[in-house]
Design a protein around this ligand. Structure first.
Ligand code: C2E
Ligand code: MG
Ligand code: MG
Ligand code: MG
Length: 279
């Protein structure tokens, strides 16, 4: 046996730890470069009205291009952006880019498209978040009503009063607010009626299990009823089949989003999708 091979498993463990740290460091470096020199891109996933099947808007989903042109998804780099203190800049890039794209589509003859933007909890709590966001939107030619801000329950939970104040500022500027991944957090239902919201997005985990799981059907039904009662639009996300789409429509869900309708698309591909799908 060669020297040093006695503690093989520890070495393998250390090596994989180092690989992960290296990968995170590489993504951080990549992000920093992308923020100044390009490499970030938004893809757009259509959301349609359940009844008419017409487009109601798109969700902007952020991607980072890696060293070799591969695409890195937000679940991998958003946590790194948060811990590296880059999430504020990243969020500003997303808002500006969404506005730029909205205008570009209009010049291409598309009607004004509502664009939903995701905001992470840390970003939401940063000082001046609502002000900065509002400035970006007002500096653009985009109508604030065409911008929808997606927050999750966990974003709103700790210090509800501050969260409500931030949401109210966003709303006062004319933007809309959606509660994303709804049903997975622990937000108390009594708080929900005090939040300035426009939309509830039923979490994908329930939607995915609608066909096979009674509990998911019950929870989804309750969310739709809650949305109705509070006068909120309800969106089913993660719809991957006609059956799921039908089920949600028949049970009173207003809007649909998922791979069955369309995957998230680059801007040009979305324009083609729109032209092919609009009457
Ligand atoms: P989300 O906001 O809940 O976005 C929906 C995610 O589900 C997207 O993943 C989308 O591609 C995926 N999806 C949509 N339809 C289907 C379907 O039918 N089946 C399946 N299996 N998946 C579907 P993506 O793009 O990887 O984004 C993941 C999360 O990253 C988002 O979840 C959002 O929380 C976050 N994110 C995305 N863009 C941004 C951003 O610009 N800023 C921040 N802070 N977070 C972002
Ligand atoms: Mg979202
Ligand atoms: Mg979601
Ligand atoms: Mg999510």
């Amino acid at each position: 046996k060669q020297c040093g091979h006695g503690s093989g498993s520890t070495q393998v463990f250390a090596a994989s730890m180092n690989a992960r740290v290296d990968a995170a460091a590489a993504i951080e470096a990549r992000l920093k470069r992308a923020l100044t020199r390009g490499g970030l891109v938004l893809h757009y996933q259509p959301v349609i009205d359940m009844q008419s099947r017409r487009l109601t808007g798109v969700e902007a989903l952020l991607r980072l291009t890696g060293e070799n042109g591969e695409i890195v998804g937000p679940d991998r780099f958003v946590p790194i952006a948060e811990s590296a203190g880059l999430i504020g800049l990243l969020g500003e890039w997303v808002a500006s880019e969404a506005c730029r794209q909205h205008e570009a589509w209009r010049h291409q003859g598309l009607p004004p498209v509502t664009i939903a933007i995701n905001v992470s909890p840390l970003q939401f709590r940063q000082r001046g978040f609502a002000r900065t966001l509002t400035d970006i939107i007002l500096d653009s030619a985009v109508e604030p009503a065409c911008i929808e801000i997606e927050v999750t329950e966990s974003t709103l939970m700790d210090s509800m009063e501050d969260a409500v104040a931030i949401l109210k500022n966003i709303r006062a500027a004319g933007m809309r607010i959606a509660l994303d991944d709804f049903g997975t957090g622990y937000s108390s239902l009594s708080h929900l009626s005090h939040l300035p919201l426009d939309k509830l997005k039923v979490d994908q985990s329930f939607v995915r299990r609608l066909a096979n799981d009674r509990a998911s059907r019950a929870i989804t039904g309750a969310i739709i009823t809650l949305g109705r009662t509070l006068n909120l639009e309800v969106v089913g996300e993660g719809i991957e089949s006609e059956e799921t789409l039908d089920y949600l429509r028949q049970n009173g869900c207003d809007q649909a989003q998922g791979f069955y309708i369309s995957r998230p698309l680059p801007a040009a591909a979305f324009a083609d999708w729109y032209r092919a799908h609009s009457p």
